[in-house]
Design a protein around this ligand. Structure first.
Ligand SMILES: N[C@@H](CCC[C@H](N)C(=O)O)C(=O)O
Length: 269
């Protein structure tokens, strides 16, 4: 069976999108996702995105990390899907309902209301999530947020100096995080601007992470280090994050379609 795919990215965080909204596909599981995501033997991507019909929204977006694990949210993929859909849409995700609004060359996404309870992140045991009394080498006292998926955010004088390829996996898989965690290192440049690098759960270092940008912004806002409207500069480019008085986060930024192709299902199943 030949299956069409669309290769897309948001600030260099890249996706294979499978659109099964009109024509169903055989079940996509962790093995299929991992095989397609492989950069040597597959098509290659940070996340595989599967679009399906939904009973509670315009459609459903499922997200598989590079390692095959299915997760709840992906900010950059939300903008890519908005570009593809080319009209406003409400989308069901594992992290809740999100609203997409395509904009020039990208989209604004209503990412919903962040959660900060220790059991919401989730953590293995109770603690203050604004300034967590924990540390790993030079990474200390992070804040945590669940913005559809779990994040910890470390504020560092120079986030570019952090050896994230070694410390990232250590924090990601620590027993404190029963569902593992996305690891963000941020530098506050001004009241309106953060610099951010992210070690993503199940994907490693990526050029950008939309939910990471949301998490870093809301933790910095909670700590009163920045105002409610923040530009987040990632290695792949910039995102605008606004945390409204209604508690909802809006993420705005670009998305790009790279190319379209087809693959033989049996080669990856
Ligand atoms: N790249 C994404 C986040 C993808 C999921 C994440 N790795 C997780 O495991 O939660 C983004 O742009 O938000």
């Amino acid at each position: 069976m030949r299956v069409p795919f669309i290769k897309m990215h948001g600030l260099g965080n890249d996706f294979i999108v499978l659109d099964a909204r009109d024509a169903p596909l055989p079940p996509v599981d962790a093995d299929v996702a991992r095989a397609l995501a492989d950069r040597h033997t597959g098509i290659g991507c940070d996340q595989l995105i599967l679009l399906q019909p939904s009973e509670q929204a315009d459609f459903r977006m499922r997200i598989f990390n590079h390692d095959g694990g299915e997760v709840e949210a992906c900010g950059n993929a939300s903008r890519a899907v908005a570009l593809l859909h080319a009209a406003p849409a409400r989308v069901e995700t594992g992290g809740g309902l999100i609203d997409l609004r395509p904009a020039d060359g990208g989209a604004s996404v209503d990412m919903g209301v962040p959660r900060f309870g220790w059991e919401d992140i989730p953590l293995a045991y109770p603690m203050d999530t604004l300034t967590m009394p924990v540390g790993w080498d030079m990474l200390e006292e992070p804040g945590a947020a669940n913005v559809g998926n779990p994040h910890v955010v470390f504020f560092i004088e120079d986030c570019d100096a952090v050896p994230l390829e070694t410390l990232g996996p250590l924090v990601e898989t620590d027993a404190l995080f029963p569902q593992a965690v996305n690891v963000n290192v941020a530098t506050i440049e001004s009241r309106t601007r953060l610099r951010l690098r992210v070690w993503e759960r199940g994907a490693g270092l990526t050029r950008a992470c939309g939910t990471g940008a949301c998490a870093a912004a809301v933790v910095a806002i909670r700590r009163k280090r920045v105002g409610r409207s923040v530009t987040v500069a990632l290695p792949g480019g910039e995102l605008q994050i606004d945390w409204g008085e209604d508690g909802r986060i809006t993420m705005t930024g670009p998305a790009t379609e790279s190319f379209r192709g087809e693959f033989e299902w049996d080669d990856f199943a």
